[in-house]
Design a protein around this ligand. Structure first.
Ligand SMILES: [Zn+2]
Length: 391
């Protein structure tokens, strides 16, 4: 087993409120064996020592909401999901590479058609291609009249039960369900629900029995109320959340995934779907409300994490967004590391501690002082291996 000793300028461990008082990480195989100071190590034989004393280490980032094949800049995201599997897998490769290079070592994928997320996850795990670890949802559950409907609809309790079971059989890590309308589809309404309470409850029930959980696409209104009632674990987007709903989510220990860049960036929905007046109109409305709402949300005490929603390579922009709203840099970092791992229910990643998987990013500057430092990556280590080739 190859041992690697990383000597660093500083370590952000993903749970402490500042740099920790230690500057060395020992990696054995794919895991972190020890975090300490140089005095902890006597004579170490067969150790590859890496002098990174000008650099900072933090856990690799976790994008809690994204897709593999979608490129918002191209517009018609639903249409992109309909592209045949073989081509969509190829289309995904550049996206994965962009995310990986930007320091994302785990992607929670919130729905693809044809199980391409599970195929890509397996290909990465088998070492056929390089890339971040994938937490797959398989086929997202949406009703025939719902947002996110591309090729597959799932209606009624029996179909939901079956789709959930097929997804888990194929290797899904969690379930994605589209409850309210979305910005990037025509005609869907952001505060209503295309699913009934019973349907959402069935999705939750089936997931929990499989030891998994449900992430629900929901912006606001009745849709969010039903998700809260049904026991959904994570609300995705939540741009129109009210104080009362926030309070209930806190009480129920729920998570919220904030996705800002796709809404506010020039390369997001606003560019890709600029010629679609119905989508543009909705986007304008959401832009007006979301900034104010998200600043209330991040100061409310709710459990929040961050997702690029297919803005590939842009996870640092999501962190920047919440720090601009007043979240401290270290809390912003936790939202893509330690807290994100909690939200995903994966305790092997997200922090730099003994026994955890050695997914690390090595930064040129200290991101606790300047969050822009997240964009200056010197080195990426995934499962203990230095990433030299990003695909
Ligand atoms: Zn999404």
């Amino acid at each position: 087993m190859v041992l690697k000793l990383l000597k660093l300028k500083g370590i952000i461990d993903g749970k402490s409120d500042n740099l920790i008082e230690k500057d060395c990480i020992l990696i054995e195989g794919e895991r972190i064996e020890h975090v300490g100071t140089i005095d902890d190590f006597g004579q170490l034989d067969d150790v590859q020592v890496m002098d990174l004393r000008n650099y900072y280490a933090m856990a690799g980032m976790i994008d809690c909401h994204t897709h593999l094949s979608v490129i918002p800049e191209l517009g018609d995201q639903i249409g992109q999901l309909k592209i045949p599997a073989s081509r969509n897998i190829l289309r995904s490769l550049n996206n994965i590479k962009a995310d990986f290079k930007a320091g994302t070592t785990t992607m929670r994928v919130m729905g693809e058609e044809n199980y391409i997320d599970i195929e890509i996850k397996n290909a990465i795990n088998e070492g056929l291609i390089n890339g971040p670890s994938i937490l797959a949802s398989g086929i997202g559950l949406t009703s025939i009249n719902g947002h996110g409907y591309a090729l597959t609809s799932t209606d009624g309790l029996e179909e939901i039960r079956k789709r959930a079971r097929i997804n888990f059989h194929k290797g899904a890590d969690q379930l994605k369900i589209f409850v309210t309308g979305g910005v990037s589809s025509e005609g869907s309404v952001l505060n209503k629900s295309s699913y009934s309470l019973e349907e959402i409850e069935t999705a939750v029930y089936e997931s929990e029995r499989a030891g998994k959980y449900v992430c629900a696409h929901a912006h606001g209104g009745e849709g969010i109320d039903l998700c809260i009632k049904a026991g959904v674990k994570s609300i995705e987007h939540g741009t129109l959340l009210t104080d009362k709903q926030i309070e209930k989510m806190i009480k129920n220990n729920m998570w919220l995934t904030i996705t800002s860049f796709i809404i506010f960036s020039d390369k997001g929905v606003g560019y890709g779907d600029r010629n679609n007046s119905k989508i543009r109109e909705k986007l304008e409305k959401v832009r007006d409300i979301a900034k104010e709402n998200y600043s209330r949300i991040v100061s409310s005490g709710i459990n929040f994490v961050l997702g690029t929603d297919s803005m590939h390579g842009c996870l640092p922009e999501e962190v920047k967004f919440v720090t601009d709203l007043g979240v401290s840099n270290i809390e912003g970092i936790k939202a893509v590391t330690g807290r994100a791992a909690e939200a995903c229910g994966i305790d092997e990643i997200g922090t730099i501690e003994k026994g955890k998987i050695a997914d690390l990013i090595i930064l040129k500057r200290n991101p606790v002082e300047d969050i822009e430092a997240l964009k200056e990556i010197f080195l990426i280590i995934k499962k203990g291996k230095i990433v030299e080739d990003y695909l």
